[in-house]
Write a protein that binds this ligand. Structure first.
Ligand code: HAM
Length: 420
């Protein structure tokens, strides 16, 4: 290690060669929404603090413990976004997109910030590829969103991703279930901390992994058995569409997500090779959220897929999803006139759509050829002052070692043929 400064605790740099994998993962996860006609959105990295308090929910760990909140020089309370949904819906409402044709369908990619205890797969800055849809409660749309996420992982060749699926009901059936669960919890032997958590959101106890709690929760009532007929019908329709689309899922009646806005369809993608931080993505319906943010009572549905954890899943499965970024052609100039000519040769090659680089500085033949080899290029173009006068260059196949002279004027076409 050198230098005085380090990346802040819980963050890391995306550097070559790993960055090629990172980009490939980001692109694979967003390819589905792009092909399905979702429009791209980008919102500010910080928003009014109140947006997240209202949108994500005051009782969540994300809002109560993990937000990066600061007061700016104009005395406004701002927060680095901990997740993407609230900001995207704020933007949709601000622009009035929900008054146009529905559903609104958008995708995004960007960093999120949570003050969590860092560990493998859990960072204070992480990147998500997400989609949000507004204005349709059609269960076929739930299935589309889930399918798009599943396709992203499949596109990378991941085989160890499992989809956990449930329904969290709605304002009709969840309150009654909440009371039922609260009564059940009152009869259990729980520590004070768990009781406090239960008082804020009793559903959280369903997700407690400690054996003494798991054992007591074995007989707990499950929301799935207390859905109202409309939620039950919706869930049956969603699973029917997923079957048609060939998306395998595991019924997960105890699934609880860390954000408060979910209703009905709720899901998480988990990977078993990642230890405790197994969730590589998740999402669901949030039919009340738009109204909570001051908009019309329109339905919503989306997902957020973790780029960082998906990269870890790719590594855990030993997959290669990206070529290391390399140039196809590397120009080696010998002498000052050749060096100056190489600048235009490289520009012409790049202009013709070939990836090309050159040896900068005065390295001599040996040093420059070493740089050509290290670059991983397929072909080296050796350009000497004397060749230049004759209007020729040497083209060397760095894999076979074959070399022959080519007229400078025919270089682009020759290389294009050789590379095709
Ligand atoms: P989330 O489950 O909080 O959902 O985050 C989505 C994904 O982001 C997680 O499954 C995980 O892969 C990744 N992630 C979250 N926190 C961290 C972290 N500290 N370090 C590394 N990766 C992390 C949401 O944020 C919702 N906005 C998703 C959504 C969109 N629901 C509906 N629409």
């Amino acid at each position: 290690m050198s230098g005085t400064f380090r990346a802040p605790k819980g963050t890391y740099d995306v550097l070559p060669p790993f960055s090629a994998t990172w980009l490939a993962v980001r692109d694979a996860l967003s390819a589905g929404p792009r092909l399905a006609g979702y429009g791209y959105v980008e919102t500010p990295t910080f928003e009014d603090t109140a947006l997240f308090v209202r949108g994500v929910g005051e009782s969540t760990d994300v809002v109560s413990k993990e937000m990066y909140t600061f007061t700016d020089r104009g005395d406004r309370s701002l927060t680095l976004r901990p997740e993407g949904t609230a900001g995207v819906l704020r933007a949709v409402l601000e622009a009035g997109l929900e008054r146009g044709s529905l559903p609104v369908k958008v995708w995004y990619c960007g960093p999120n910030f949570r003050y969590e205890q860092p560990q493998s797969g859990r960072y204070r800055q992480h990147t998500q590829v997400g989609v949000e849809t507004v204005g349709s409660d059609d269960p076929a749309l739930d299935a589309e969103v889930v399918w798009l996420a599943a396709q992203g992982y499949a596109r990378l060749g991941l085989s160890g991703v499992r989809l956990l699926l449930t329904s969290l009901g709605d304002a009709t059936c969840r309150p009654a279930y909440r009371d039922l669960l609260t009564n059940f919890l009152a009869g259990l032997d729980l520590d004070a901390d768990t009781r406090r958590r239960a008082a804020i959101n009793p559903l959280r106890v369903l997700d407690d992994k400690r054996p003494e709690v798991v054992a007591q929760m074995a007989e707990a009532p499950l929301l799935r058995d207390h859905l109202c007929p409309a939620c039950q019908d919706h869930h049956t329709a969603v699973t029917g569409y997923l079957d048609v689309l060939g998306v395998a899922y595991v019924d997960a009646p105890r699934l609880v997500r860390g954000l408060d806005y979910y209703t009905r369809t709720t899901f998480e993608f988990v990977h078993d090779g990642l230890g405790a931080q197994s969730s590589v993505g998740g999402g669901g319906r949030y039919d009340g959220l738009l109204a909570t943010l001051g908009g019309a009572p329109l339905a919503g549905m989306g997902f957020g897929l973790g780029v960082d954890r998906t990269c870890l899943a790719v590594a855990a499965e030993g997959l290669t999803v990206a070529e290391t970024a390399r140039c196809a052609v590397f120009v080696v100039p010998l002498g000052q006139a050749a060096h100056d000519a190489a600048v235009t040769v490289v520009a012409a090659l790049r202009g013709a759509g070939m990836s090309a680089d050159m040896a900068y500085g005065d390295r001599g033949l040996k040093g420059a050829m070493k740089a050509a080899d290290r670059s991983g290029a397929h072909f080296a173009v050796v350009l000497g002052d004397r060749d230049l006068a004759a209007g020729t260059v040497g083209v060397k196949d760095l894999r076979s070692g074959d070399q022959h002279d080519v007229a400078l004027s025919a270089l682009t076409t020759t290389l294009r043929e050789l590379l095709s």
